[in-house]
Design a protein around this ligand. Structure first.
Ligand SMILES: Nc1ncnc2c1ncn2[C@@H]1O[C@H](COP(=O)(O)OP(=O)(O)OP(=O)(O)O)[C@@H](O)[C@H]1O
Ligand SMILES: [Mg+2]
Length: 223
């Protein structure tokens, strides 16, 4: 249970705009173990999204190292990077990012198909059942509630069996009832599938469902 799956070592990131330099991350070191559900909390502008993007290879730090399952993910070529994003990292966004012209089922299997693989329909059905969205199988996103759409996005992330799922404000667009539903499903999915999930939120109530809370203020992490 103590296997470290993702590790950030002394990450620094400064954004240079025309006028000023913003030190978004000053020196962040933290690690995540297999199966844990971690919440990163902090005020707006504290560096949460910057950190999550760097952990997910969507942005690069100025200094530091990121190890995913013991392997450095900085300085990889584009082919290798896109393979890691397709197979090893699942992303969940605040706005669900489902394709409007595809059903829930089609949205869930899309990353597998884009990776030139064939999904296992029984496994997808089991994931949908576990997340309580079996009834949404043939529905389009505009026929589902926000909570159902976000649970579909969670299923899509789980279906690729990534090393880690990264979620940026997954309940940010949801009302209290749907937020609760989604956060409980993330917690459940983490336990059921021994899935590492790292979630960014500014909502203290939401963060309380996580196994561990990591605080960030002005680009500095306190574990
Ligand atoms: N592309 C960018 N160019 C310049 N500055 C940026 C850029 N992205 C983020 N910043 C700055 O870096 C700091 C951290 O931003 P970040 O988006 O990581 O914060 P956050 O904690 O996710 O905030 P929020 O809760 O509002 O999403 C902020 O001061 C922000 O203005
Ligand atoms: Mg953010």
């Amino acid at each position: 249970m103590n296997d470290i799956i993702l590790e950030a070592k002394e990450i620094k990131k400064t954004y240079h705009t025309s006028e000023v330099a913003v030190e978004a991350l000053k020196s962040c070191s933290l690690s995540f173990v297999k199966g844990e559900f971690a919440a990163i909390v902090g005020k707006s502008g504290s560096g949460k999204s910057t950190l999550l993007h760097i952990l997910g290879t969507l942005d690069t730090p100025d200094e530091g190292e990121i190890l995913l399952s013991g392997e450095s993910i900085l300085n990889l070529n584009d082919t290798k990077l896109s393979e890691i994003r397709r197979r090893k990292i699942g992303f969940i966004y605040q706005d669900y990012s489902l394709f409007a012209e595809y059903t829930a089922y089609e949205n869930i299997i899309l990353p597998i198909r884009l990776d030139d693989r064939k999904e296992d329909p029984e496994e997808i059905a089991a994931i949908m059942e576990d997340l309580g969205i079996t009834h949404c199988k043939d529905k389009f996103p505009n026929e589902m509630s926000g909570g159902e759409q976000q649970r579909t996005a969670i299923a899509r992330a789980l279906a690729i069996h990534p090393d880690v799922i990264l979620a940026d404000e997954p309940t940010g667009n949801l009302d209290a009832e749907n937020s609760l539903e989604v956060i409980q499903m993330l917690s459940r999915a983490s336990r059921l599938y021994d899935q590492t999930i790292i979630m960014v939120t500014h909502d203290r109530e939401v963060s309380e469902y996580a196994d561990r809370i990591i605080r960030i203020a002005d680009g500095v992490v306190s574990v």
